[in-house]
Design a protein around this ligand. Structure first.
Ligand SMILES: [Zn+2]
Length: 123
C-alpha cells in the first residue's frame, strides 16, 4: 500500500502532474505533430492514441512513450513522490532557497509533514 505524500492524489491529477514534471505535451510522442481535440483529450486521459499524421507516422501509444516511464510499472503517484524528492535539494537551506521561504519555515513544515506522513518524511 502506498503511504507517501502523493498517495491520496486522484489518477487524473497525478497523471497531469507527472506529464508536467516530464514536460510532456499533447503531441505525437514520435514525430511531435499536435494531437487533435479528441485525440488530445484521450492522450491527457492516459489512453492509447494514434498520431494525427497516420499516413506519414505510425505512432500509436500513450503519453508515457519516450519518457523515463516508458514500460515502467511505477505509477504516476510513485513517480511524483520520487521526482519531487530528488528535485528538491536535500539540505534545509537549499530547500528554503528553492522554495523562496525561510529555513525556519522548512523546519516547521518538515515537522508538520512528518506528523502526517511519518514513514515518508523520516527518509
Ligand atoms: Zn507522429
Amino acid at each position: 500500500m502506498e503511504n507517501h505524500i502523493f498517495s491520496g492524489l486522484a489518477d487524473d491529477a497525478a497523471r497531469l502532474l507527472a506529464m508536467q514534471a516530464l514536460g510532456v505535451q499533447p503531441t505525437c510522442r514520435k514525430c511531435g505533430a499536435p494531437l487533435s481535440g479528441r485525440s488530445a483529450a484521450s492522450f491527457l486521459a492516459g489512453k492509447r492514441v494514434k498520431c494525427s499524421l497516420t499516413f506519414e507516422c505510425d505512432w500509436y501509444g500513450t503519453w508515457r512513450d519516450h519518457t523515463p516511464l516508458h514500460r515502467s510499472t511505477l505509477n504516476d503517484r510513485q513517480f511524483l513522490a520520487l521526482f519531487y524528492r530528488f528535485t528538491l535539494p536535500a539540505a534545509q537551506s537549499g530547500i528554503a532557497e528553492a522554495l523562496g521561504i525561510s529555513p525556519a519555515t522548512v523546519r516547521e513544515w518538515r515537522g508538520r509533514i512528518a506528523e502526517i506522513f511519518p514513514r515518508d518524511a523520516a527518509a
